[in-house]
Design a protein around this ligand. Structure first.
Ligand code: B12
Length: 421
């Protein structure tokens, strides 16, 4: 079957090369299909470009990978839906092939995207086997409507089969040739060339976070040697830097160390970034990270007030953030600290406490933002309903940002502007 895979993400801030979309494309190629991969991240006019490729390639199935519902940022909100709608309708006008949707945004809002894009099918979740079986059956003219994660229309409306999150324990990432690494390297906003998946899952239950829906609650660890081999082949494709695509690379600490040891012995020479989650760290980890090529960590502390961290059910305390920050600073690893103000229980006093502690620890960069995008299936959604911020039947597809009653967006914006001066 001739398949066109379109990566629809055009949000260029910290833009990740499309490892998920290309992994699906690679699986379909291995199944014997003819696959054309189209990454629209740097396209000047995404819709005409997609239509041009569709006219030329004449696909029998058009797949769309949808990563972000939006950028979850109150201050500079970016809604990709109008662009994605324009891409899908331009391709539809150019070629009559059926459409298949997927990606984390789709997994979060399957029915809403199927409807908004007037698509035929979608597959929620991360299971490559289900995608492969669906396409094989479709190519044979017999769509299999029982597959996990399949979303489609029937006489009663949109039907959604429950989906699975499997992780990538037995997956080989051999999709690098689909990536346009030079384009990601040229763009300064992207910051790293590509992601490397080390494990999936996050067992924590932070009040605002819905990772568990698209990434799972249970850690699914990948073989450290395989990760190192993938890093090496990414390097051979021309990558100079990579980020561990993980919810918090240092948890579990032993697995993280094994991955770093494997990368050192494989002779990987990439500049590495990771998301660091305070609480699990030791000297050996920091040394190994440095030796493996570690140059920076993203530290999403969110708050530097213990009362607030406990209220948001963060799995660490302020002392853990300070300790981690100091250890990375000693090893000359840049620390990019993110603080998000205005969540449940935030008050003007807790804001001041966070700012006081932030000025005492000196990360390389501090990002200060305010407001949490209310995600479906989170405790924050329940709090927002109880406080009258959203209606009980709001499905959260359209973004609403939560601010606690005593820290309005205006108050926080004014306070953070003063802090940045
Ligand atoms: C690592 C990561 C990052 C890293 C990226 C590093 C890199 N260079 O790769 C960093 C920290 C930079 C980052 C940034 C952001 N991220 Co992020 N990130 C993740 C994380 C933890 C893993 C992503 C990943 O690599 N997964 C592994 C790959 C292999 O899987 P995948 O891409 O999802 O693809 C699989 C499936 O989705 C599916 N699939 C994909 N395409 C298709 C297409 C079809 C047709 C089909 C059938 C299936 C399919 O199959 C694939 C294989 O299993 C996810 C959590 C998660 N649940 O995925 C969040 C996540 C994707 N990020 C999210 C967000 C919001 C952001 C930011 C907007 C945050 C911000 N305000 O800056 C930015 C956006 C960056 C951008 N320009 O797009 C959200 C998206 C929410 C949503 N549902 O819309 C997630 C889901 C986290 C969350 N729950 O809040 N992120």
């Amino acid at each position: 079957m001739k398949i066109m895979m379109v990566y629809t993400n055009t949000y260029r801030e910290f833009a990740p090369a499309p490892i998920g979309a290309s992994l699906v494309a690679s699986r379909l190629r291995k199944d014997g299909h003819e696959v054309r991969f189209l990454d629209l991240m740097f396209a000047e006019s995404p819709a005409p470009e997609a239509a041009r490729v569709a006219l030329e390639f004449e696909p029998e199935l058009v797949c769309y990978s949808i990563r972000n519902v939006d950028n979850q940022s109150a201050a500079d909100f970016f809604d990709p839906l109008p662009t994605i709608q324009s891409i899908v309708s331009a391709v539809r006008a150019a070629c009559p092939a059926p459409t298949l949707l997927g990606g984390t945004a789709f997994t979060t809002f399957p029915g809403q995207f199927l409807e908004a894009l007037e698509a035929d099918f979608g597959i929620a979740g991360d299971d490559l086997a289900a995608i492969s079986r669906f396409v094989t059956a479709l190519a044979a003219g017999q769509p299999d409507y029982t597959l996990p994660g399949l979303v489609f229309r029937d006489e009663e409306g949109i039907h959604r089969n429950p989906f699975t999150i499997r992780g990538y324990a037995d997956t080989v990432f051999d999709n690098w040739d689909f990536l346009d690494l030079p384009a990601y390297q040229e763009s300064e906003a992207t910051q790293v060339d590509c992601g490397l998946v080390v494990r999936t899952g996050c067992p924590f239950e932070c009040v605002y976070c819905d990772y568990y829906r698209t990434f799972g609650r249970r850690y699914v660890l990948r073989d450290p040697v395989r990760v190192a081999e993938e890093a090496l082949s990414l390097q051979q494709m021309g990558a100079q830097s990579a980020i561990f695509a993980d919810a918090g690379f240092n948890r579990p600490l032993d697995h993280a160390k094994d991955v770093l040891r494997a990368m050192v012995s494989a002779g990987v020479r990439l500049n590495l970034m990771a998301i660091f989650e305070p609480g699990e760290i030791d000297r050996e980890f920091v040394d190994l990270f440095r030796r493996a090529g570690g140059v920076g960590v993203l530290l999403y502390a969110e708050s530097l007030c213990d009362e607030v961290l406990a209220r948001w059910r963060k799995p660490f305390q302020v002392a853990d953030v300070v300790r981690g920050g100091e250890m990375f600073a000693r090893a000359e690893i840049a620390c990019i600290l993110t603080l998000t103000f205005g969540g449940p229980g935030e008050t003007p006093e807790t804001v001041e406490e966070t700012l006081r502690v932030a000025s005492a620890i000196s990360p390389a960069i501090t990002h200060m933002v305010h407001g949490y995008r209310i995600q479906p299936g989170t405790e924050l959604q329940n709090i927002a309903v109880a406080e009258g911020i959203i209606a009980p039947d709001d499905d959260c597809f359209r973004a609403t940002f939560y601010h606690s009653p005593s820290t309005s967006p205006e108050m926080l914006a004014a306070r953070l502007v003063r802090e940045n001066d």
